[in-house]
Design a protein around this ligand. Structure first.
Ligand SMILES: [Fe+2]
Length: 434
């Protein structure tokens, strides 16, 4: 068991950094911005702030004898989907509730911050309880990213970030792929820090030889697919994907619009012309899969993606990140703390490339894989209803995005979304059989 001082330096520090980062994301919002839900798949900023605090209350309730929940009304509004804690409020009606008020939720956020900080500072927790607090911190990081998606949808360049940095200059842009030898690969988390239950257990999987793209697919490549009639030809599409194209009238990634024959997007950086060398962003699994078919390639499985990201053939070992075991920093990946508020061009992070030479596997855009989201062989749930109840109708994405807090992501991290979702910062790279 850790001593109180070890616990403080790790858990408390991560907790305080995380709470500060949440507040920083909403620091410049007007009060009106906190309440609005712009689409059923988004949530109001007020709800995110309350919900992440609510999950800490759930942990306290589970681990402290006779804990008294702050408010039954909050408990009902802020419960996302956990039936074990009561009937959750309708997700698509989070934006029509004016109670609890923004001020009440902010007060709640601070009260919970103080309560948790006090526990982490002064109490010696057992391993299981510490894991639950780590989980709640990482859960808050996930919501920071969702909040960033929602802020883009709500405000685009009307959002004023507290911190904003200039984009780095790309160094290498030759589109290519690398060969990766197959064989047995040990997939899953192998480090000794916090990871989610779905990254475990590490297990062996057999891979055939394959090739994988050095870079994520770019806007320029994706425009070729569009201009070649990709959205008008059912032969590239899965049946459900083709239905989506027809019913939703998809003809390009989300946020794209053709104005005077020029493809434009509208995001944190404003209404602007599409840059051909940025990774394509805001595509669904269906679009990633259709593009791959059009290109005569396919999406990688998550095991293929992970081996390309983390396996070091020279030392015959796996690293936690593409560049090694050191935590991400702004020289290696475009993650939330880079505060760039958009994708960088391909080749912008040569220091972050994998042992095989694949660039930007961490950061910029989440990458769709062809793998179904399900438990690894021997999976054991770490928290009921958190991850495991989504083991159906979702695909795995890997690698994090420019909205992902750096403590959230690693080579083994598995994100998952429905196949038609595209408001997240999602792109892909292709693989090929050889
Ligand atoms: Fe949540």
């Amino acid at each position: 068991m850790a001593t109180v001082s070890e616990q403080k330096s790790n858990l408390l520090e991560q907790f305080e950094e995380t709470r500060d980062r949440t507040l920083k994301l909403v620091e410049t919002l007007e009060k009106d911005d906190f309440v609005v839900q712009t689409a059923p798949f988004t949530s109001p900023p007020k709800w995110h702030l309350g919900h992440v605090s609510w999950l800490f209350e759930i942990v306290m309730n589970k681990t402290i004898k006779n804990y008294k929940i702050y408010s039954q009304e909050f408990n009902e509004y802020l419960n996302s989907y956990y039936h074990q804690f009561g009937e959750p409020h309708d997700k698509d009606k989070r934006g029509i509730a004016t109670r609890p008020t923004v001020d009440e939720v902010l007060e709640y956020f601070h009260i919970i911050s103080h309560k948790v900080a006090d526990i982490l500072q002064n109490e010696l927790l057992d391993d299981k309880t510490r894991q639950l607090y780590f989980m709640a911190i990482h859960h808050e990081c996930q919501h920071q990213e969702l909040l960033v998606y929602d802020l883009q949808h709500l405000l685009a360049d009307g959002y004023i970030p507290v911190t904003s940095n200039p984009l780095p200059v790309p160094s290498q842009q030759e589109l290519n792929s690398v060969r990766i030898d197959g064989g047995l690969y040990s997939m899953g988390y192998s480090g000794n820090q916090y990871c989610y239950d779905i990254e475990l257990p590490e297990h062996k999987i057999y891979l055939n030889d394959y090739k994988i793209d050095v870079f994520p697919i770019t806007n320029g490549q994706y425009i070729e697919f569009i201009e070649d009639g990709g959205y008008n030809d059912f032969t590239y599409w899965l049946s459900d994907g083709w239905d989506k194209v027809q019913n939703e009238k998809w003809n390009a990634p989300m946020y794209w619009e053709k104005v005077d024959n020029v493809w434009m997007t509208n995001d944190f950086l404003g209404k602007r012309e599409i840059k051909p060398n940025e990774p394509v962003c805001h595509v669904s699994f269906y679009e990633a899969d259709a593009y791959s078919k059009w290109a005569g390639k396919r999406l990688p499985t998550e095991a293929e993606w992970e081996k390309a990201a983390c396996w070091d053939g020279k030392t015959q070992t796996k690293t936690i990140f593409p560049w090694g075991n050191e935590s991400p920093d702004i020289s290696r990946a475009n993650l939330l703390e880079s505060y760039l508020w958009g994708c960088t061009e391909i080749g912008a992070y040569p220091d972050g490339k994998s042992h095989y030479g694949c660039h930007q596997m961490i950061g910029d855009v989440w990458e769709w894989t062809s793998s179904e989201f399900t438990g690894y062989p021997g999976f054991k749930s770490g928290f009921s209803e958190y991850n495991d109840k989504w083991f159906t109708n979702q695909k795995v994405l890997r690698g994090g995005s420019f909205g992902t807090p750096s403590i959230s992501v690693r080579g083994s991290y598995r994100n998952f979304f429905r196949l038609d979702e595209r408001w997240l910062f999602s792109g892909f790279r292709c693989a090929e059989d050889i």
